[in-house]
Write a protein that binds this ligand. Structure first.
Ligand code: AMP
Ligand code: MG
Length: 409
């Protein structure tokens, strides 16, 4: 049986970045840039005023107060005026180009505008004061965003600032999701007494979306070869196929057989982990196929460990793993087997220290434990006993662990 680490490496070795596509600037948020972005001109394009005030030559203002002649005004968007000669000033607004002959701006608060034709300067300025220099943000030809950068709001702003209306980003993986099981019905349908809800397909679709992929729901396949094979056909042109259930050793667990018949090249079908022991991974031409165990917690936890990093890698991300922290264990933990355990847990932060408590019910069928946990304690295969007070590794699930400050900082 393969270890979690080896299984993860096997998967990631077979996964490659998808081809880039072009998207509108606003559609690029959360995507990864597939090209370097360059500035075509200096930013700002000219020296300009950082304040509302009067553009002057600092040499003119020796002793204050001094009275200067106002020869005109420039608003943002206006063309440069000038030249400003000795004894003169130009009324200037924030962002307007600095007129020729001026090298500083006196803030309006430091002046007495008199009758509008003249201004009394009350405070000395030095050369360059309240002036934003041409190219101080970016210079023409400079690379402002490198290939591989995750696009956040600042990157969107920067691309707009250099005039880009579109950008090339790595494509989002399309992920087919097939639930299997004679016992399943979809939400919205009325379950018969012997039936349960298909929750896995929806949890998986949400996980795919959260990881930046596009879920394609293939429905529910009954536990028989033909229905499985037929429904899987619909997923052939996707980048990833996820199947939940039917991968164990039950009499009606046919997924592995059907995948082999379809020509899927299987890499492994058991991983030494809990939850999630039966886990199939294979490749079919350029797509990858995961047979995830059907128990709702196992499905979600195996997705977290193997599928999420793969989807992020496909979409060009470099940070593909969830963050981990070290937290003080509140109660002792023990296990008997030599598997890696992912223990659903509640992490809390007290005075800059993390503490963690495992949830009591670790059954892989108890989906409510996923709702109540915000982290997974990772207990490695070689460890069996951990005392309370020891520090353990915790994978943080995105559940707003850090909360929010009151009143907002
Ligand atoms: P299996 O891996 O098919 O043997 O399923 C293991 C357990 O998970 C069984 O109790 C199933 O009823 C349950 N299960 C399988 N698929 C789903 C699903 N899509 N939604 C909820 N539970 C499921
Ligand atoms: Mg089943």
């Amino acid at each position: 049986m393969i270890t979690v680490r080896d299984a993860q490496q096997t998967v990631l070795k077979k996964i490659h970045r998808l081809k880039p596509e072009q998207v509108d600037l606003l559609g690029s948020l959360g995507r990864v840039v597939a090209e370097p972005i360059f500035a075509k001109r200096d930013q700002p394009p000219w020296d300009n005023s950082a304040m509302d005030g009067f553009a002057v030559s600092s040499r003119d203002i020796g002793k204050t107060p001094v009275i200067l002649k106002v020869i005109g005004e420039i608003a943002a968007g206006g063309l440069s005026r000038g030249p400003v000669k000795p004894g003169e000033a130009v009324r200037i607004m924030t962002g307007a180009p600095l007129p020729e002959g001026a090298n500083a701006v006196v803030r309006i608060e430091d002046t007495d505008p008199l009758d509008g034709k003249k201004v009394k300067i009350l405070r000395q300025v030095i050369s360059g004061e309240n002036v934003r220099n041409r190219g101080e943000d970016v210079t023409s030809g400079e690379m402002v965003i490198s290939e591989g950068t995750l696009i956040g709001p600042a990157e969107v702003g920067m691309m707009a600032s250099v005039g880009r209306a579109w950008v090339r980003v790595y494509r989002r993986p399309r992920v087919a999701i097939l639930a299997t099981g004679d016992e399943l019905v979809d939400p919205g349908e009325q379950p018969e007494p012997h039936q349960i809800m298909n929750s896995n397909a929806y949890a998986l679709a949400a996980q795919v979306t959260e990881a930046g992929g596009k879920p394609v729901l293939l429905g529910i396949a009954r536990d028989e070869h033909k229905d499985l094979a037929d429904k899987l056909e619909a997923g052939r042109n996707t980048d990833v196929i996820l199947i939940s259930g039917g991968v164990s050793v039950g009499k009606y667990d046919f997924v592995k057989d059907v995948l082999s018949q379809m020509g899927v090249h299987l890499s492994f079908w058991k991983v030494a982990m809990k939850p999630g022991h039966p886990l199939v991974f294979g490749t079919l031409q350029s797509s990858s196929v995961y047979g995830l165990p059907g128990n709702p917690v196992s499905t979600m936890v195996t997705f977290e460990q193997f599928v999420r990093p793969a989807l992020l890698k496909m979409a060009g991300h470099e940070a593909i793993f969830r963050p981990t922290i070290r937290a003080v264990l509140k109660e002792p933990f023990h296990k008997k087997d030599g598997k890696t355990h992912f223990v659903r847990a509640q992490v809390m932060k007290e005075e800059e220290m993390y503490f963690v408590r495992a949830l009591r019910n670790q059954s892989s069928g108890v989906l409510s434990s996923m709702v109540r946990s915000n982290g997974l304690i990772i207990v490695s295969d070689t460890v069996q006993e951990i005392s309370d007070g020891e520090k353990v590794l915790v994978q943080l699930l995105d559940k707003r662990l850090h909360g929010q400050a009151v009143p907002g900082f």
